[in-house]
Every structure is written in C-alpha cells, then in structure tokens.
Design a protein around this ligand. Structure first.
Ligand SMILES: Nc1ncnc2c1ncn2[C@@H]1O[C@H](COP(=O)(O)OP(=O)(O)OP(=O)(O)O)[C@@H](O)[C@H]1O
Ligand SMILES: [Mg+2]
Length: 346
C-alpha cells in the first residue's frame, strides 16, 4: 500500500477533494473524489470569508466521499498572488530562496516578511557579473492563506503543504509527449482565470485575471433582469454558439461574447508575451480547464481566435483510477485538486 494524500481545492462555488495513492508519481492512482457546493460569499476569489461554513463543508466532503486520509495539500491561486520571471545570481537553491526577501521587495505590495516567497528555476544564463539563474518568483500574502489553512485544520485535517494552483495544473497536464512542446494552460474558474505558459514542463509565465464564469452569469442576470439561477441556466444552454440562442436569449449571448472577448484578448497577449520573451517560440497548444471552460463553443472559439489547437482534456483520463471509482462532482472540475497530488513528494 503506497502513501495516500488528498488534494483540496477551495473554490468560490465548491470545495473539491481528490484522494490518491502514490502522489509522487506522474500518474498516481485516484482512490476517491468528491465535491460539496458552497453558498455564495463563503469563499471569495480563493479566500475563505466564512470559516465556519467552509469547515463544515470540508467535514461533509470527507464523510460523503468516504475519504479517510487526513493529510492534504491545499491549493492557492488568485489575483493577489504575484508570479513573475526574475533573474538572480546562480547560487544553490536554498541560498536563492533565503535571498528572495532582499531581491523582491519592490515587486511586492506588502513587506516581504508578510509574504510567502518561493523560486522555481527555469534556466541558467551567463550575466555581466557572472552565472545567473532565470526562473519564476512566486509571492503570496501570508494572512489570507493562513485563514484557509485554519479552516482546514478546524476540520481535523493536516495540511502538509500549500501549493500554487498553476503548478498543480502544470504537473497534471504535463506528460512525456508534451516535453518538447510549448503549452498555454487556460483555467477558467468562477472568480479567477489563470493563464500559465509552459516551455516543456517548465512554467515561464503565470497570470491571474480577476474574472471568470460568475461574471458572465452576473452580467446576464443584470442585462436581462432575471435571477442568477435563470441566468446560469441560459448561459449554459446558449454558450457562445449564436445558432443556439432564441431571439429572447440574444442578450445573454451578447453578454457572453463581451466577457469571453476579454479573456480571448488576455490569452492572445500572453501568447505574444511568451513569444517575445522566448526568442519567438510560438505556443503549440492550449489546454483548457475549470468550470468556466465548459461554456459551449468556448474551446472552438479560443482555437479559432488564436489559431492554436485547443482542447479540454478529462483530468481523469490522464491518470489511472481505482476500480469502480465513484464520487460526486464532474471529473472536469477536479483538475486543481488532482494536480495538487500529482508528482509531489508526500
Ligand atoms: N456547462 C457549463 N457551461 C458554462 N459554464 C459553466 C458550466 N459548468 C460550470 N460553469 C461555470 O463554471 C464556473 C465555476 O467554475 P469552477 O468550478 O472552476 O470555479 P471555482 O473553482 O468554484 O471558483 P474559483 O476557482 O474561481 O474560486 C461557474 O461560473 C459556472 O457557471
Ligand atoms: Mg477553482
């Protein structure tokens, strides 16, 4: 029996957990998974607002899914997280990490002591003053992460690690076939959209946009003066496929187009940025995930707009699953939770 670990993704619409065996493998085995929806406002853009509700939802998730493992890896990822390319003198990694507070103060909105800092090396280069290491700096403000950790601990779980959702997605969607490709990961949640540009399996650029599927629903509800529930239903049935909209549903289609357009422009800008920064290396493929990417016609629209092939793989098709695997929730929604326990040492 190998080591078991659970990836826990606290989203603004739901909490999701995936329990795996052998999390250190690129292809761990999924044992159990589940989802419990959250009421509006309990979590905002990845930050726990109503801790009691979230803790109760986590307990419910463990009892309803049958997950027994208490060791969890917690995901973080919202627009308050800073992730950018930096170049630092080449030193052993532990020394680079120790030097980060001095390197990065001017990039941060808070004193470096109030942030969690990490560095992911990507490549080495020769600088004017000697050998340099180029890589990604990640900085997240401690206080809101601690609130999330406390909500998890209060549910009698042991958070063994906190990891950034872009890295979870990177591990999940990287496979031997993609080692020589460049990839743009597009993860559209309810409140946050995450873009990650990869060269092979190395993330070179991460961008968080403070919007997602919930903004489309809200826009439709306001434009058509209907309830959020009705707006959600129309959004899901029409998507961005003009032929699917009745005359009455036309305003919903327009709202979806307007908001999707913002995402398309951000995707195109990111592809351009990557290309400029990486000596004209183009993006070979786009991999979409997150509930917001299920919008009908979106994957096709993204491919058409960028002229880059886009797909929306089923996360559970990428790893082995235990026999008779059952769980609540759509496999498509488990990408972050699964990625958190894919290819990590427990
Ligand atoms: N079939 C569908 N068509 C269109 N949109 C959908 C569909 N299914 C889900 N969504 C949208 O996906 C969004 C939820 O995505 P997801 O579950 O990834 O978000 P979350 O993890 O709860 O939130 P976040 O990560 O932003 O905090 C909602 O806005 C929902 O309307
Ligand atoms: Mg999410």
């Amino acid at each position: 029996m190998g080591k078991k670990l659970v990836g826990l993704d606290i989203g603004s619409t739901a909490i999701r957990a995936v329990e795996v065996e052998n999390p250190g493998h690129q292809r761990p085995t999924i044992l159990r998974f589940g989802e419990v929806p959250l009421p509006d406002g309990a979590v905002r853009a990845g930050e726990v607002i109503d801790a009691a509700t979230v803790t109760a939802a986590i307990r419910k998730l463990w009892s309803s899914s049958g997950i027994k493992t208490r060791d969890v890896v917690l995901g973080v990822g919202n627009s308050k997280v800073v992730a950018r390319d930096i170049t630092v003198p080449r030193l052993p990694l532990n020394q680079v990490r120790e030097s980060l507070p001095f390197q990065v103060q001017d990039l941060l909105p808070v004193p470096a002591t109030e942030a969690l800092l990490d560095f992911y090396p990507a490549s080495e280069a020769e600088g004017e003053t000697g050998p340099m290491l180029q890589g990604m700096l990640v900085a997240a403000i401690k206080a809101p992460i601690l609130v999330n950790v406390n909500a998890v601990t209060a549910a009698a779980l042991r958070p063994t690690n906190v990891d950034l959702s872009p890295f979870a997605l990177t591990r999940l969607f990287s496979n031997p076939e993609s080692a020589n490709l460049t990839t743009l990961l597009v993860h559209i949640g309810a409140a946050t959209t995450t873009l990650v540009a990869l060269d092979g399996h190395v993330p070179h650029f991460v961008r968080f946009l403070p919007n997602g599927g919930a903004d489309i629903t809200k826009g439709i509800s306001q434009r058509m003066d209907i309830s959020a529930r009705d707006a959600e239903a129309i959004k899901r049935s029409v998507g961005v496929v003009a032929a699917r909209a009745t005359a009455e549903q036309r305003p919903a289609l327009e709202v979806s187009f307007e908001l999707v357009n913002e995402t398309l422009l951000a995707i195109r800008a990111t592809i351009q940025y990557f290309q400029n920064a990486r000596a004209n290396r183009a993006i070979d493929r786009i991999v979409m995930s997150g509930g917001g990417s299920k919008l009908l016609g979106l994957t096709e629209t993204v491919a058409e707009f960028t002229k880059v092939p886009a797909s929306q793989p089923d996360p559970f098709s990428l790893v082995p699953v235990a026999r008779g695997l059952k769980g609540s929730g759509d496999a498509q929604d488990m990408s972050v939770a699964l990625g958190l326990v894919t290819g990590v040492s427990a």
